[in-house]
Design a protein. Structure first.
Length: 181
């Protein structure tokens, strides 16, 4: 059988539903963010001076927890020589994700998807990508027949998207405005 007629491995096929679901969510968020009329206000900012510092600090905390995710994943895969309990990975991931929800809600509902300023456009697209690839990762977790590269690659994409979000929001804020709460 030629390479042209070679059937994909069953494991790779099992990723079609997670990839499709993540792609649909990514596009849906982008479309919603673009067609929804921004309200200018979405969530309360309890403890913060304004919405932007709230988003910046929640994103920073989420990015810090994403570093914990990478370190604990490396430990779980035996790459560090240190045994970090799997619960650290699960709970840091859950908390990191939860911290992104008010940020994303505010971004989509209050501001919408914007593309007038390059930094903001990249940030908007990365936000949609982050939730799409996160959805793909969560759905792929239970796929026991998935290829061995699945979780490291998709987890790496989640991490890269979150770092990109942090760079285009929090880092920009800290360098342009300062350490404001």
């Amino acid at each position: 059988m030629t390479a042209l007629h070679h059937r994909p491995a069953r494991g790779a096929v099992s990723l079609l539903v997670p990839l499709l679901a993540g792609g649909v969510l990514m596009v849906a968020l982008g479309v919603y963010g673009r067609v929804h009329a921004p309200t200018g206000f979405a969530v309360g900012v309890a403890g913060f001076s304004a919405a932007l510092p709230m988003k910046v600090w929640l994103t920073t905390a989420s990015a810090a927890l994403a570093v914990v995710q990478v370190v604990s994943a490396l430990s779980m895969w035996g790459k560090l020589g240190v045994d970090i309990p799997a619960g650290v990975h699960r709970w840091s991931g859950r908390l990191a994700f939860l911290l992104t929800i008010p940020v994303a809600f505010h971004c989509l509902y209050a501001l919408g998807l914007q593309y007038d300023v390059p930094r903001v456009m990249v940030h908007s697209l990365l936000g949609c990508f982050f939730y799409g690839v996160f959805t793909t990762k969560m759905l792929a977790l239970r796929k026991e027949d998935a290829p061995g590269w699945t979780l490291p690659v998709i987890g790496g994409l989640v991490f890269a998207a979150l770092v990109g979000l942090w760079l285009t929001s929090s880092f920009w804020f800290f360098t342009a405005v300062g350490l404001k709460v």
